[in-house]
Write a protein that binds this ligand. Structure first.
Ligand SMILES: Nc1ncnc2c1ncn2[C@@H]1O[C@H](COP(=O)(O)OP(=O)(O)OP(=O)(O)O)[C@@H](O)[C@H]1O
Length: 220
């Protein structure tokens, strides 16, 4: 399922900052990198593509679902079921354990990933691959930034979403773990034919992305 943006315009209320996207398609299985300077609008564009922010005009369509046609509650349900989000600040619940954080989206949406048992297995496998399984029962407040980042990545993928949005998911990682995370995200995208949209400053990662977009070209 592809993601399509058409004639989108957005301004933060009371701010001079705005974005305009005439047309953009993210094809399933072909990751898109969003690039640009700090404050350039990368996170804003990501939030518009996920329906966390509503555009002033234009549409974002995920597969056959037009996000702007949904109510806020229906958008939330769509996100829980179909979207994996890796936030820049991780957005973990630090009073919960690694296990509880990763399984959280499936608690809100038990049907995701064909039932909770399968989801729990997927969560365990992801935590092993991301080398955080040794911390499974620890609260995330006790983990390093790089470990917390990998918990956020496992949580975003455990319910096997069709659309994955990652805001600088390798920013807190050493070179080895950066490779681990990129391989996982790219393997996941290929195997599930998901759409992956990733914000990054890391120019070394550029060859991995068949599609690239610079936000400087979109500001209005
Ligand atoms: N809630 C908000 N209200 C008003 N302006 C905002 C809001 N959030 C962000 N902005 C402004 O919008 C612009 C784009 O911000 P955004 O966070 O999208 O940039 P970015 O490219 O992701 O930056 P960074 O690389 O530093 O994370 C900035 O000028 C920022 O100050």
């Amino acid at each position: 399922m592809d993601l399509a943006v058409t004639d989108l315009r957005f301004h933060y209320p009371g701010s001079a900052f705005g974005l305009a996207v005439k047309t953009l398609t993210v094809r399933a299985g072909e990751p898109l990198a969003i690039l640009g300077p700090s404050g350039g609008g990368k996170t804003t564009l990501l939030r518009l593509m996920t329906g966390l922010l509503a555009p002033d005009s234009g549409t974002v369509t995920c597969g056959s679902t037009r996000l702007s046609s949904l109510s806020a509650e229906a958008r939330r349900q769509f996100r829980l079921q179909n979207i994996g989000l890796i936030f820049q600040d991780f957005a973990l619940l630090d009073y919960l354990t690694v296990e509880e954080n990763i399984l959280l989206p499936m608690r809100f949406h038990p049907g995701a990933n064909e039932g909770e048992k399968t989801g729990a297995q997927a969560a365990r496998e992801l935590s092993e691959r991301l080398e955080i399984s040794a911390h499974w029962q620890r609260r995330t407040s006790l983990l390093s930034q790089g470990e917390r980042q990998r918990v956020a990545i496992a949580r975003a993928l455990a319910h096997r979403p069709k659309f994955v949005f990652a805001d600088e998911p390798t920013a807190s990682l050493d070179a080895g773990r950066r490779g681990l995370v990129m391989n996982l995200l790219l393997d996941y995208t290929r195997e599930t034919q998901a759409c992956l949209v990733m914000v990054t400053h890391d120019t070394e990662l550029m060859p991995l992305f068949p599609q690239q977009l610079r936000v400087e070209d979109l500001t209005v």
